[in-house]
Design a protein around this ligand. Structure first.
Ligand code: TRP
Length: 456
């Protein structure tokens, strides 16, 4: 258990809270995963399902996590334990630690690709490259024997150094400035992409809903993405909640974060799909989609070379702050619950991420024996991705919703979410309690049962 004397730092203002939380949710999920899954799973219909999950599942889980964190001011495992020491609830924390590791294994690999693209941009390889060239460049980046591993190592080193030097809060303050810059760059990208010949086909692709393309797989992927996107189901948001000021309107913050994050994702989609169609590419490129389109979008634009470098630089920063929020959870766990020194905990956690992460990177190289390891037919990269997004996070979310809906005292939730009655948000709290008791868990259960083949 955590000692009472352990001082937890708090964010200073409402705006600091908002940006810090956003620095965890905005990351590779927005610019890399969201567009490539939207492309792969059919565009508009996938998005519709995704939005429904954000409203009915993700936001209620986010409010629950913020509540648990701010109420107890502890790390996820300590927090759950201090509300309810008995029962299966501790699992939430342990599963969270596992999902943080699983995500970091592949996230650090993709962050490495992004880092390397900054330097590729600087070297000028993208100037005048065709789609075919970009396809080759991406293929080499991902499947060369040593290159991706070095960049993955760099990304882990950067994140660990920030945590070691204790400058995490400083970095997050800095992102308050950089995030708007990333947004501006994405908007420039949007404008360019939308003015390409045939751009409308891209917009039609993202916004036209073809109900027949909604399959079980589409539903599961959209659900997993909604958790992954908003950093839910593993305790990150519990940890952030524990730093929130007592006068923060948590429901409003959750709503604003979800909305802003969704806007960034959509704008990234609008930057990518018109270009995809204009250049005659298939939207089902998979994980390479971002890397093959952005350099094309910026080619033949004044200062295009500079814009490409800036784009990948800001994306690398967004990826880094999102990774910080994951590594922080596991490092703090060992410090607060296992009484390990911060240094030791950091060394152990980042070594685990590095060792398994390297295997995950190697699984992308077809000629490497590691790529032949395919449990459930998935290579290690896809395995850790799907096991975390589609299983562990939603399962964590289900437990969190049940915990908030049925274990926690209802009066206490009302008091906490209304800041002791100071906020006049009674109706909203009622809606939240209804969702978290009846809608969120039931939807999640139905999906799990249908995945297991028990239902539908
Ligand atoms: N949300 C981040 C992104 O979109 C990734 C992330 C950070 C995350 N912390 C998390 C995902 C915790 C799940 C859980 O890139």
């Amino acid at each position: 258990m955590e000692k009472k004397s352990l001082e937890r730092e708090k964010f200073s203002t409402g705006l600091a809270v908002f940006f810090a939380t956003l620095s965890s949710t905005v990351g590779l999920g927005n610019i890399w995963k969201f567009p490539y899954l939207t492309g792969k799973y059919g565009g508009g219909a996938f998005l519709l399902v995704y939005f429904i999950f954000i409203l009915l599942v993700a936001i209620p889980v986010m409010v629950s996590e913020l509540y648990i964190g701010r109420k107890t001011r502890k790390n996820p495992i300590g927090a759950i334990y201090s509300i309810k020491p008995k029962g299966p609830w501790k699992l939430i924390g342990y599963m969270g630690i596992l999902s943080a590791f699983f995500i970091l294994f592949f996230y650090s690999s993709v962050a490495g690709w992004i880092y390397s693209y900054i330097f590729k941009g600087l070297s000028g390889v993208f100037s005048n490259s065709s789609f075919k060239d970009l396809d080759n460049i991406f293929h080499q980046t991902v499947s060369a024997p040593i290159y991706p591993i070095i960049w993955q190592f760099v990304s882990i080193l950067v994140v660990s150094s920030i945590l070691l030097l204790g400058v995490k809060n400083g970095i997050e303050r800095m992102t308050k400035l950089l995030m708007p810059l990333l947004l501006i760059l994405i908007v420039i990208c949007d404008i360019r992409s939308l003015t390409l010949p045939g751009a409308m086909k891209g917009l039609t692709f993202i916004f036209k809903i073809d109900f027949s393309s909604i399959t079980k797989e589409v539903i599961l992927m959209a659900l997993g993405l909604s958790f992954f996107k908003l950093s839910l189901g593993m305790g990150t948001i519990i940890t952030y909640g524990s730093y929130f000021t007592s006068d923060n309107n948590m429901m409003a913050t959750a709503g604003r974060v979800a909305l802003s994050d969704t806007i960034v994702s959509l704008l990234a989609g609008i930057a990518i799909f018109p270009a995809v169609f204009s250049f005659g590419m298939a939207p089902q490129q998979g994980p390479g989609l971002l890397f093959k389109t952005i350099p094309l979008v910026f080619s033949k634009v004044p200062f295009g070379g500079v814009l490409i470098v800036l784009f990948f630089l800001l994306s690398a920063i967004a990826a880094t702050t999102a990774m910080l929020s994951m590594l922080e959870v596991v490092v703090t766990y060992f410090v607060e619950e296992k009484k390990m020194s911060r240094r030791k905990s950091l060394l152990i956690c980042s070594s685990i991420v590095l060792i398994i992460g390297v295997l995950v990177s190697m699984s992308q190289n077809g000629s490497n024996p590691i790529s032949k390891i395919k449990p459930f037919g998935l290579n290690l990269f896809d395995l850790f991705d799907q096991a975390s997004s589609n299983v562990l996070l939603p399962l964590g979310g289900l437990l969190i919703a049940l915990f908030a809906g049925y274990i926690v005292n209802k009066k206490d939730i009302e008091t906490e979410l209304s800041n002791n009655g100071k906020l006049k948000n009674h109706a909203l709290i009622k809606i939240y309690i209804f969702l978290v008791r009846y809608i969120t868990p039931i939807l999640l259960l139905i999906i799990f049962l249908s995945m297991l083949g028990v239902w539908g």
